[in-house]
Design a protein around this ligand. Structure first.
Ligand SMILES: [Cu+2]
Length: 138
């Protein structure tokens, strides 16, 4: 009899615990969505850039155009070969870079003035292999 009661209490706690976790997850999801919307509403363009899944040395776009201001470069690398995106201004100064990633996504946010910028992958040989493009800021 006692054992059965303990079991019931344990079961009830387990069910309650699971339900509570579920609620927490829902709240977290809602919070994240709110943060993303707020960021977007603050202004600032997002540029999507990706590398091919087969690991070849290329970006999906070699010519990008955006407006001056805060710009987030969102990089998607589905390949198992690591890549990153480095942004350089006309003087050759590095102004931003994503993390080096494989089978993942990363982003970097930069403040851009009108002009011409270059973006490339900093892994040795990749820029030379074709992972380079021009970013025009108007
Ligand atoms: Cu690369």
């Amino acid at each position: 009899m006692k054992k059965a009661s303990v079991l019931l209490v344990a079961l009830a706690l387990a069910v309650f615990g699971l339900a509570a976790c579920g609620d927490d997850d829902d709240d977290a999801t809602t919070d994240e969505a709110t943060v993303e919307e707020t960021t977007a509403a603050d202004g600032g363009a997002t540029i999507d850039l990706s590398a091919p899944a087969d690991g070849s040395l290329a970006f999906d776009q070699t010519e990008l155009t955006t407006e001056a201001g805060t710009v987030t470069v969102s990089f998607d690398n589905p390949a198992s070969l690591s890549h990153d995106v480095v942004i350089e201004d006309e003087a050759g100064e590095e102004i931003g870079a994503t993390d080096l990633i494989a089978e993942s996504t990363a982003s970097t946010t930069v403040d851009l003035q009108p002009g011409t910028y270059t973006y490339y992958c900093s892994v040795p040989g990749h820029r030379e292999g074709g992972m380079e493009g021009t970013l025009t800021v108007k």
